[in-house]
Design a protein around this ligand. Structure first.
Ligand SMILES: Nc1ncnc2c1ncn2[C@@H]1O[C@H](COP(=O)(O)OP(=O)(O)OP(=O)(O)O)[C@@H](O)[C@H]1O
Length: 243
């Protein structure tokens, strides 16, 4: 039987300024699947991601991770199980090795072989002793990914992780993520503006507009036969942009 890695039930989020940035979001992401979160700018995609590891707390509704409400998880453990990688990798001062092992040290967990983690993200071990800030953007994004993978997350929240990279580095980081997924069976919630990327990586699509989940379901259906006029016109506009 399939098992939900993330289940959202009627989730809403209200900002300090009282605006509802998300409303009535219900969706399920099964273990081992990847959902691409798509939608216009400002739709609430990043906000939705940030609720899943309690960077922000839902104002209404429930989110379950592995069957348990997120607020019932010890937050540090939740963030180890649900790792997040952002658009621009932030390197801490120090070497690549310091960066890869950062989370393990922070949580007093046994240190693993940082070189093996680098290899997992297709970087040579030789980089371990280099200052992390000397690396290229694509390399830094891989180090950020290795740092997150060190915590052995079951779920990866990916927020526009390739959008700051050039075309070549973008495809490489994307390929690396797909390899990791097939090796570790990682569940992924992947925000992307790039519809071609969504087509390549997604099992499911979650389509958000103005804080509401307008459509969700298997990518092969939604991207080919959208049920709503909103998704139809979003896909048509994206196609024009690609032409
Ligand atoms: N703390 C906040 N207080 C008020 N408004 C906020 C806050 N954080 C985000 N917003 C607004 O909430 C909306 C949703 O933002 P969010 O970044 O989640 O959208 P997004 O779909 O990820 O957008 P983009 O594709 O441009 O990254 C936007 O209108 C944004 O300006």
């Amino acid at each position: 039987m399939s098992e939900a890695a993330i289940q959202m039930m009627d989730v809403g989020y209200q900002s300090d300024g009282d605006t509802w940035l998300l409303q009535g979001v219900s969706a399920t992401l099964e273990r081992g699947r990847t959902a691409a979160v798509i939608g216009p700018s400002g739709a609430g995609k990043s906000t939705l991601l940030s609720l899943c590891n309690l960077l922000r707390t839902p104002s209404t509704g429930r989110i379950e991770v592995a069957g348990k409400e997120i607020r019932d998880w010890p937050v540090q453990l939740l963030r180890q199980k649900v790792g997040m990688v952002f658009q621009a990798a932030t390197m801490f001062p120090g070497t690549v090795e310091d960066n890869v092992l950062f989370g393990l040290r922070l949580h007093n967990r046994p240190l693993t072989d940082a070189g093996r983690l680098l290899e997992l993200v297709d970087l040579p071990r030789g980089l371990l002793t280099k200052p992390a800030t000397d690396l290229s953007g694509g390399q830094q994004q891989r180090v950020a990914l290795a740092r997150t993978l060190a915590m052995e997350p079951d779920v990866l929240l990916l927020d526009e992780v390739t959008s700051a990279l050039d075309v070549h580095a973008k495809r490489e980081v994307e390929e690396t993520l797909l390899e990791i997924r097939s090796r570790l069976n990682t569940t992924m919630l992947w925000v992307t503006h790039d519809l071609r990327q969504a087509r390549r990586v997604a099992d499911d699509i979650w389509f958000l507009v103005a804080g509401r989940l307008v459509e969700d379901g298997p990518a092969e259906r939604l991207l080919v036969e959208p049920a709503t006029s909103e998704l139809r016109s979003f896909l048509a506009q994206a196609k024009e942009g690609e032409a």
